[in-house]
Design a protein around this ligand. Structure first.
Ligand code: BGC
Length: 768
């Protein structure tokens, strides 16, 4: 929008909202802060709001979440617009997390594409579909960095790295919101969960977090700041406490950092009943915690109605001010205005648009490409993959012909019946040439107790009537008649996602038994692994010929996987979360700090930092992923070996496709800061480029590095760079790089420069 037009809109918005605020009663203002849930939606907590209809017509509700039927939504909107005194439209929100009805791969999978255009497009498609069904606010993206694969919600984020999550956060916000929130193909995004939810102790959901402010700023907060910079309309608070204060009343985070330092003026909404849950955290009764949340900068109370029921009294008692209530109310009204709801509250229900756009061929094709690009090839001994289209294939495993699990966690808008399982995808891609011998081979789990826990949203982990031994025998019989075995194994969709922590992240025992029997046939064994988290797969790594990590792919799962299996698409995905060898190694991540007693590479040496029973390294590192072709890297070339201040360093490598197939490679740039005033990670991702090369083709790929890329937050919370040596690493994964060093000097403060190898100027940020 041109600047003048934007000013005009701002003036119009201000005058409309000023007028409304003058006419609104206190109850009506508190009503705007009230976000209620529909009992028919995805209920993830205790309370479900009562008498929603009555409250809406009395102006006691500002928005509604997780109503998935557009007809129902329209009826609810009519209630607000026609029956309430001031006719203020409702804001309709939902967890549109990885696609609406065209379900894309889970966010962790999408991050493995390292393709920001694709990620942005997936969010745009989700927005287009959601906004045709009346939804204008999505609780996405989840930008929680997490280094704990026990935590079920790693599925919903972009993995362990801050830099990558920063880029994903911006791409998602752009994709959802576009340039104009009032359009019929945009929705307001919500960066969640602010903050540090991904660092929950022991990987157990909702658990406590205690962390240095330095680490927060270095690792966990930057993706939120990136979302704010990208113009995100809202943020959601986290369930956990942070250094003794629940996130939903954390002034240091909400007021000092988010509002003051980053200048965020959008909506802060709590997570589901997070205000009420602060009473269970043990920091006061509902009235106290509701007042504290408002004062800290929360605008909207999701489901709990603490604001609605207690703030009037708190105002009378002087615990909160009219100004604080007005400010929260204004932010919500502003969002409604920007979303075009005051212009026409019904414009986002469009049967015509829904029919044309939702699950359209173009959307499905984009989802199919996303599946193929999300797949990470972890092993491919003797080039067993790609498969020949005229092979006899034993297709086995509990997820090989399954529609119920492949949409993954948080795919509430998706219809499993519209999804393509792997068995169907293989037929679509291989045609009549391939002979497929199918056998289920195993249940996802044989543990009936676990299955019950997994089947809360409908049955997804079915226990077959046949005894496990019989199922395995059927699979072995199919394997013996085949050229190759494709075993589609992994988690049930509810084994990752919210409240799906696991202390053992291996494949369930039923499937391990199946794989052992299959391996014993001696036939080439290809594993396709669906899951929402990194798994421990040491046995699989030793015994399978090939392993393709496909995650949960959404609606087009089967087609996208088959495109990769038969080589119509050459896999180029790279891991965004390290795969531990065993849970005892957790947290294991590439950007770890050094110790004073480094161990020799993967060997035990007494009195160095290592284990008696496992190497320090993960099974598969961050950034790792194979291709059907080979890429060779030249040594790193630097434009300079000495730089000053804001000069730009150019770091280049020449990449050659030395294999026989065209393919893409994600070239990764890491920077190491060997000496600084604070201890620094061994290396940190600072750039990546995805390059496509024909067989035999060569390309020089360059990165520009400035002193911005060298900055870090030190123990005094000063964010800057320090002069000295830096090592530039470029390579195919975090564990396979080549490097070259530079000296980077500062002109200022030459005396201190001489005194110490690194010279930080003093500039303080507020501490959380
Ligand atoms: C989750 C949020 C989600 C909300 C609304 C909560 O349980 O933590 O991520 O957006 O429910 O469904």
């Amino acid at each position: 929008m041109a600047e003048g037009a934007a000013r005009n809109t701002d003036r119009k918005m201000k005058s409309l909202i000023d007028g409304l605020l003058r006419r609104m009663t206190l109850e009506e203002k508190l009503g705007q802060l009230n976000l209620v849930a529909d009992a028919g939606g995805a209920v993830t907590g205790a309370a479900v709001n009562k008498d929603a209809g009555k409250k809406i017509s009395q102006g006691m509700v500002g928005g509604m979440l997780n109503v998935w039927s557009p007809d129902k939504l329209r009826g609810i909107q009519e209630l607000a617009v026609e029956k309430s005194r001031l006719h203020i439209p409702l804001l309709f929100s939902a967890d549109v997390i990885h696609g609406h009805k065209t379900v894309f791969p889970i966010p962790l999978a999408l991050s493995c594409t390292w393709d920001m255009k694709l990620i942005e497009k997936s969010a745009h498609i989700a927005a287009t579909e959601a906004a045709a069904d009346g939804l204008k606010w999505t609780f996405s993206p989840m930008v929680d960095v997490s280094r704990d694969p026990r935590w079920g919600r790693v599925a919903e984020g972009g993995g362990e790295d801050t830099y990558l999550n920063v880029h994903i956060a911006a791409a998602m916000v752009k994709g959802y919101q576009g340039k104009d929130l009032s359009r019929t193909d945009t929705v307001m995004a919500c960066a969640k969960h602010f903050a540090l939810y991904g660092a929950a102790e022991a990987g157990r959901d909702y658990n406590t977090v205690d962390m240095s402010p330095q680490k927060m700023r270095e690792v966990y907060l930057p993706p939120f700041e990136a979302a704010v910079k990208a113009g995100v309309g809202s943020l959601m608070t986290a369930f956990n406490d942070v250094n003794g204060v629940p996130a939903s009343m954390h002034k240091g985070l909400l007021k000092d950092i988010l509002r003051k330092e980053w200048g965020f003026g959008g909506i802060v909404v709590t997570d589901y009943t997070a205000i009420n849950e602060m009473t269970a955290h043990g920091v006061g009764d509902l009235k106290t915690v509701s007042a504290l949340a408002l004062k800290a900068g929360v605008d909207m109370d999701m489901v709990g109605e603490g604001f609605l029921t207690t703030l009037k009294q708190s105002l009378a008692e002087g615990k909160v001010t009219q100004r604080e209530i007005n400010r929260a109310c204004r932010r919500i009204l502003e969002a409604k205005y920007k979303l075009g709801l005051f212009d026409d509250p019904y414009q986002f229900f469009s049967k015509q648009r829904a029919e044309k756009k939702i699950l359209s061929a173009a959307h499905r094709q984009a989802a199919r490409e996303a599946v193929a690009r999300s797949c990470v090839l972890l092993k491919n001994k003797d080039n067993v993959l790609p498969l020949k289209k005229n092979a006899t294939i034993a297709l086995v495993g509990p997820l090989a012909d399954d529609k119920k699990n492949m949409l993954g966690t948080w795919a509430v808008g998706g219809d499993p019946e519209k999804a393509i399982p792997v068995a169907e995808g293989i037929k679509n891609v291989a045609g009549d040439g391939a002979t497929i011998l199918y056998a289920k081979g195993a249940n996802i789990t044989d543990d009936a107790e676990l299955a019950k826990k997994l089947n809360v949203f409908g049955e997804t982990a079915t226990i077959d009537a046949r005894p496990p031994a019989q199922m395995i025998a059927e699979a072995v019989a199919a394997a013996e008649k085949s050229d190759v075995i494709v075993a589609v194994v992994g988690e049930a969709k509810e084994m990752s996602g919210e409240c799906s922590g696991r202390t053992d992240i291996s494949l369930p025992k039923s499937q391990c038994k199946l794989l052992k029997a299959l391996a014993a046939t001696g036939k080439p064994l290809v594993l396709v692994v669906m899951s929402g988290r990194p798994l421990t797969m040491e046995w699989e790594d030793k015994h399978a010929s090939s392993i393709l990590m496909s995650w949960f792919g959404g609606t087009e799962t089967g087609n996208g996987i088959a495109d990769v299996l038969f080589g119509d698409y050459n896999p180029a995905g790279k891991l965004t979360a390290s795969f531990p060898r065993n849970v005892g190694q957790i947290p294991v991540y590439y950007a770890h700090k050094k110790t004073g007693r480094p161990a020799p590479a993967d060997a035990f040496k007494k009195f160095t930092s290592c284990y008696l029973d496992a190497p320090n390294t993960p099974l598969y590192p961050f950034g790792y992923g194979l291709s059907y072709t080979r890429f060779d890297y030249s040594p790193v070339q630097l434009s300079n070996t000495e730089l000053r201040d804001n000069e730009t360093l150019k770091a280049s490598v020449t990449l050659t496709n030395t294999g026989k197939r065209a393919g893409a490679e994600v070239i990764q740039l890491y920077i190491e800061d060997p000496v600084a005033s604070s201890t620094r990670p061994v290396k940190e991702l600072k750039g990546f480029k995805k390059v496509f090369l024909q067989p035999g083709e060569k390309k020089k790929v360059s990165f520009e590095i400035t002193s911005e890329d060298l900055k870090f937050t030190n123990a005094d919370l000063v964010r800057d760079w320090e002069a000295g040596e830096f090592v530039v690493h470029i390579g195919t994964s975090s564990a396979a790089t080549q490097s070259s060093a530079v000296q980077w000097r500062r002109s200022e403060n030459p005396r201190r420069l001489a005194a110490s190898p690194k010279t930080p100027p003093a500039r303080k940020h507020g501490a959380p």
